[in-house]
Design a protein around this ligand. Sequence first.
Ligand SMILES: *Cc1c(COP(=O)(O)O)cnc(C)c1O
Length: 464
Amino acid sequence: MQAELKKLPSVDRLLSHPVVAGLVEQHGRSAVVEAIRAELESARGGILSGQTAPAIDRLAGRVRRRLEVLLTPTLLPVINATGVIVHTNLGRALLSQRARQAMLEAASSYTNLEYDLPAGQRGSRYVHAADLLCRLTGAEAAVVVNNNAAAVILALTVLAQGREVIISRSQLVEIGGGFRIPDIMAQSGAVLVEVGTTNRTYVRDYEQAIHPDRTAMILVVHPSNYRITGFTAQPDLPELSELARRHNILLVEDLGSGTLLDTAPFGLAHEPTIQESLSAGADLVTASGDKLLGGPQAGLLLGRADIIQRLKRHPLIRALRVDKTTLAGLQATLLAYLEEKALDEIPVWQMIAASPDRLARRARKWRSALLDLPGLTPDTVRLVRTVSTVGGGSLPGQTLPTRALSIIVPHPDAVAARLRAASPPVVVRIENNSLLLDPRTVLPSQDAQLVAILRQTLAGTAGG
Ligand SMILES: *Cc1c(COP(=O)(O)O)cnc(C)c1O
């Protein structure tokens, strides 16, 4: 064992190996040294458990492979073949060309982010998307923060700290990723007052809970990721608005997805729009930038000018602020809505609007590019009718008819794992023991890459 350990080269000796020396030239010394140390350590471990010392060429090869892993970023582009359009785990909305371009420009150059060009003095970053948001929704004023969770925390902290917030028991929910309304409430220092029951809440429930001094607001949380069906009741916004006005308290709605366009023309349920919520009487509305809006991650607060002014004056806003690339991307996204080009430009809406016929054509192309693989037959690679979902905390239970490619393989879980290990990784669904790939969320520009990865992964598996 000692003799084998002695055979291991030193770090310096490995550094002068031609392969390793080439790596140093390309990637710098410190990362290579780290890879060498790790490989020597693992070779030592191998020897201690009875193996022989690897030859230096073999060690050099291992250093190269370890360095590759070390230098690969952990955040990677992924092909989303799940058919879930706003997939939170896969990064939510893809951005339009216009938004990407604007973000690139904002990142590459100085900007007037907080500089008033006509006046030649300090300005505010919050002017940039605000006017557009107001124009598109009819809001008096708007402000943008890091995400919708931040928007809700800001609103509760500024408007209700130390005071009571009334919310229906049917809306005390967890949005996902640990965002639980009761916890957020506690965090902000607002006092939660639950009213009604899980399935039925009436205006009188809210009214009985209003206290002239203690109550700050009624909070309505949009059921983004769940549905309560059957024997249910929940007052509509105009009723709550009337109640809030009568008692001089605020009505705030957390819309979650916050769409600007109607989802109903696409065969989906109607998701309330920001403009509807405001015109139904909400004093303040919060929404996400990267759900159905189809923009970058952001939290939008829209509503009464005096309320937005209070939010902007609170020190917390500094900690929740958005950066210039986000503002640039959001602004560009909103401009597409203003020009009524959202359906042509914004990927989320293009995916929602994609017709089953067009999706079938693409799935058929994928299929014919696979049929010559050994073990795959017209019976194991088929087009199937199934459904896509909007996802991302909008329209729970609502689906869009789609045509997906179904591939029957002996061990679908193992094949799915290999697809996830591909470069780029491919994420698929497994349904009825077969792989299911939905073209709706795969960009047409990714088709060739997807087919190549499928061919490589399936060759040799299918016959199994
Ligand atoms: C998604 C969602 C949130 C959280 O929004 P983020 O932008 O992810 O922070 C909050 N409330 C509702 C109702 C949501 O749907």
